[in-house]
Ligand binder design. Sequence first.
Ligand code: XMP
Length: 322
Amino acid sequence: MDIKEIKLKDLKPAAFINEKVEEIAEVVGGGTAVNALSGGVDSAVVTLLGHKALGARLKTYFIENGLMREGEPHRVQKLFARYGVKVEIIDEKQKFFAALAGVTDPEEKRDKGITNVFYKEVFGPLVRQSGAKFLLQGTNYTDVEETVAGVKRQHNILAQLGINTEAAYGYTVLEPIIELRKPAVRVVAKALKLPKEIYDRPPFPGPALATRVIGEVTPQKIALVRAATKIVEEILARSGAFQYLAILHDDRVTGIRDGRRDFGYQIEVRCWDSKDAVTGKPTELPFRQLRKIADRITAEVPGVVSVTYNIATKPPSCIEAV
Ligand code: XMP
């Protein structure tokens, strides 16, 4: 791997910010760049670095892929308005669901269902129409490391897999935080005066809730996992854990509701203690809290009859299920 990590202990946030702002300004020159903002800490940092470097010459888009958490697009748009960043929401739900239809293999989901639609079908035309030659994105060091090690192809890894983005998509991808792991990104986010709800936010994967549906991803299954996610996030918001999530299983199980057999869905809850997502341990949550999660999910998410808690470590488990 030819990228060198900047360790947290060596990071000087103000100097890092200046250096990256200068680098972006120099590479983009007098032109424009397009920026992919998802609302996570990584893309939020990149957005502010790009905004400092390019001002209005940076076009920031939030892609509504139909796979995000409840209320996310407008929340992100409102937050960035405070920093003078205009965020345009582009509704591309149909393209993503069409590409994901019938796909069950995890790597195929990322590759065909997410990466190809995102970079080629969505950002290809957006970048061309805007006349920009660059796409800014928040790839971090761990994303690259896991992909290069062959653990899991993170959806945003391109150049390190030998993909020439200019030839494949018609633009160059700029990755200003690629030398940083998440804890270092959070320090930079704080230095950029992003709010705690961003710099302290648990990680959320680029392919979003598609990584939390086992088997085929459909709008109906995404709606179920989105509702379960909201409950898990509400209950565990103050748990102090690294990341917590809900996964919808593909197989159904027999349950009983109102005295009748109900062949229903299963939700798996995961909650991780980790420093950087490279390894992780299940958080020892109080049983009362786990029961509260189960009670709410089975009462509020239609068709769910079973809720389980993952107690395996990473490795051999992964943070996400897909
Ligand atoms: P895994 O599941 O590999 O996750 O243990 C490690 C960390 O990365 C996030 N993750 C992703 N992030 N694109 C991303 O941008 C992806 O395809 C992806 N897959 C997993 C995951 O949420 C965790 O924080």
